[in-house]
Design a protein around this ligand. Sequence first.
Ligand code: MLT
Length: 393
Amino acid sequence: MQINTNYANLQDSYLFLTIAKKVAAYTQAHPENKIIRMGIGDVTQPLVPAVIEAMHKATDEMAHKETFRGYSPDQGYDFLREAIQGYYAKRGVSLKLSEIFVGDGAKSDIGNIVDIFGEDNRVLIPDPVYPVYVDTNVMAGRHVSYLDANVQNGFLGMPDENMQADIIYLCSPNNPTGAVYNRAQLQAWVDYALRHDAVILFDAAYESFIADDTLPHSIFEIEGAKRCAIEFCSFSKTAGFTGVRCGYTVIADELVCGETQLNTLWARRQATKFNGVNYITQRAAAAVFTQAGQQQVRDVIAYYRKNAAMMVEAFREIGLWFTGGENSPYIWHKVPEGMTSWEFFDSLLNRAEVVGTPGSGFGKNGEGFFRLTAFGTHEDTAEAMERLKKLLR
Ligand code: MLT
């Protein structure tokens, strides 16, 4: 037997697991203290009433033989894919049902999509960014090169003609920096991908946090994108599904490699390795797109936005450089002079009992930065900001 030796090239532990272990050790040593968690972007507000109602109804259906459901159709039930289709149509993007794939969240689909690409592709990944893109390519033994994102370019790397890339990852609004590509910038990426026969893997998991109406929510709002992009989206941040698990991936018929449509490969991959999302969850996800569901999830997003506004105000007072918090649930800030991101993590945990995510966990350009999430409760966010002010002023 041989193991996949590429695993030896990974970091010892997945970023959020390392953080969880450190926090568990601290909690064990100080069981009576109140730690405020602003590390992993996990939501705190409950599922909205429209979703709960749909889940209850679907659960009852499962209790009767006339309405019981077994395996889901491979790509998801039509009722959910039609709802997703309608959501895109509102932004002027027309999709066929066959181009929409329901899955158990953006993380799985982004991780699994590497299966449909050949080994020798040149992979370009922004730095800093969500670590799953790098890790899944390292596991597959692919060479990865990095697209520098930094203060100078507003954490939005752009293509240049000398770049060698077949597979390009983009995340907008960006995790961790909160930076969002505008239409012209995304058009430049699409044009580059079309010229170079590359594919863009576009992670839109945070699209519902975009407040500025001029910014695109989907890469398919950009001319030519159907011929060069795959989009991943999730109900986790939009509707609090981090524990429920549901998302979707869109691959248009126009995306081809030679004669082969990429969506036929993804359909084949999913049919072999995935048995679909359960009926109750798909009904719950469809409820997000009803009129009531949309209003209710918007209210929850407004709740998190209020936290982000509180954090922005605190950082202005503290006087540390920061960005994000406007079109994203993350604040991305510099750590105090002379500290590394992990040193700041330890100091914040030990001295203020607040947990965040060290920027270096998102790539080398994240060193010297730190990410805090706005997904907490108002009370915890307010208290965490007071603790930060005390520590940093
Ligand atoms: C994050 O904190 O970056 C995300 O919550 C992680 C994830 O979505 O898997």
